[in-house]
Design a protein. Structure first.
Length: 288
């Protein structure tokens, strides 16, 4: 029974971390149809922002939950204004531009911080489940994921900002005719997606550490989750994260982490083959 409880916590942690690293991409890609190949580097910047802030005396929780999302969100707004705004509707050009941006960010952070892994000690200690011991920080990551997803749902469903954003993405010309400024909505939406990505990178920094090329490990999982989830932003991200996170963690628990990653990739291939439109293309079609 103790082993089952431990496995359940590890599965929830895998699902939560996958949802966190994917939800920012889901907003940018799902709402704006922008393929951001620099998504992994935004995660990396969030981790570095938290580490630099703590090294300058900022409280760890403020660094992770406030400084990192604000810094990466502002970077996202600058990127949208300087690069992305000229490439809407040109998917290949956007992919090339964001790929170039990712290479630039990797080179810049390598020049500044070096090619070594830095990190933050995971706070909160550990707790026991029978004869097993696990980190309390995993529960914090799960809680952050729940709060973030609930906040996004509430914003998109019940606030004027969410209504304007969804309306602009569906029909920008009609939104402009009603007095909305679509370029401003695009910048804010991209910035929010980047901020959520920075938050995820900072929250996961105590677990994984941070180094300039860590984005490569994140971006593949993020795209697999978003594509597997389908068009719906939240229900797609949550359902795909639950499926892939559970498969990955159970396979890791039974075998090794390498086979866990292979199992996740195999599950993604099967899912996309059976459901080309993603999970929400077949189920949860009216979900947000």
């Amino acid at each position: 029974m103790d082993l089952v409880a431990l496995l359940a916590i590890q599965v929830l942690y895998a699902v939560a971390s996958l949802a966190l690293i994917s939800v920012g991409l889901a907003i940018i890609f799902g709402m704006m149809r922008v393929i951001n190949l620099a998504h992994g580097e935004f995660l990396m910047l969030g981790g570095y922002a938290a580490i630099v802030a703590t090294s300058h005396g900022v409280n760890l929780w403020i660094a992770m939950l406030v400084v990192a999302p604000i810094v990466v969100g502002l970077i996202g707004v600058v990127v949208e204004r300087a690069i992305i705004r000229f490439l809407y509707g040109r998917m290949i050009d956007t992919m090339l531009a964001t790929w170039g941006l990712s290479l630039f960010l990797v080179g810049l952070t390598t020049a500044i911080f070096g090619n070594t892994t830095v990190g933050i000690s995971a706070p909160l200690g550990s707790f026991e489940i029978g004869t097993y011991r696990t980190s309390t920080y995993t529960l914090f990551v799960i809680a952050v994921a729940i709060v973030v997803l609930a906040a996004i749902f509430a914003t998109l469903r019940w606030t004027r900002l969410g209504l304007i954003a969804r309306g602009t993405m569906q029909n920008a010309d009609m939104a402009a005719a009603l007095g909305v400024n679509p370029p401003r909505v695009y910048a804010v939406t991209f910035g929010i997606g980047a901020a959520l990505t920075g938050l995820a990178g900072a929250v996961l920094a105590p677990v994984s550490g941070v180094f300039p090329t860590i984005g490569v490990a994140y971006v593949a999982k993020s795209f697999i989750t978003v594509i597997g989830g389908g068009a719906a932003i939240l229900s797609g991200t949550v359902s795909a994260s639950a499926l892939f996170g559970a498969i990955n963690q159970i396979a890791t628990f039974v075998t090794t982490p390498v086979f866990g990653e292979v199992a996740l990739l195999a599950a993604a291939i099967v899912l996309i083959r059976l459901l080309p439109q993603g999970i929400t293309g077949r189920f949860f079609r009216r979900g947000l």
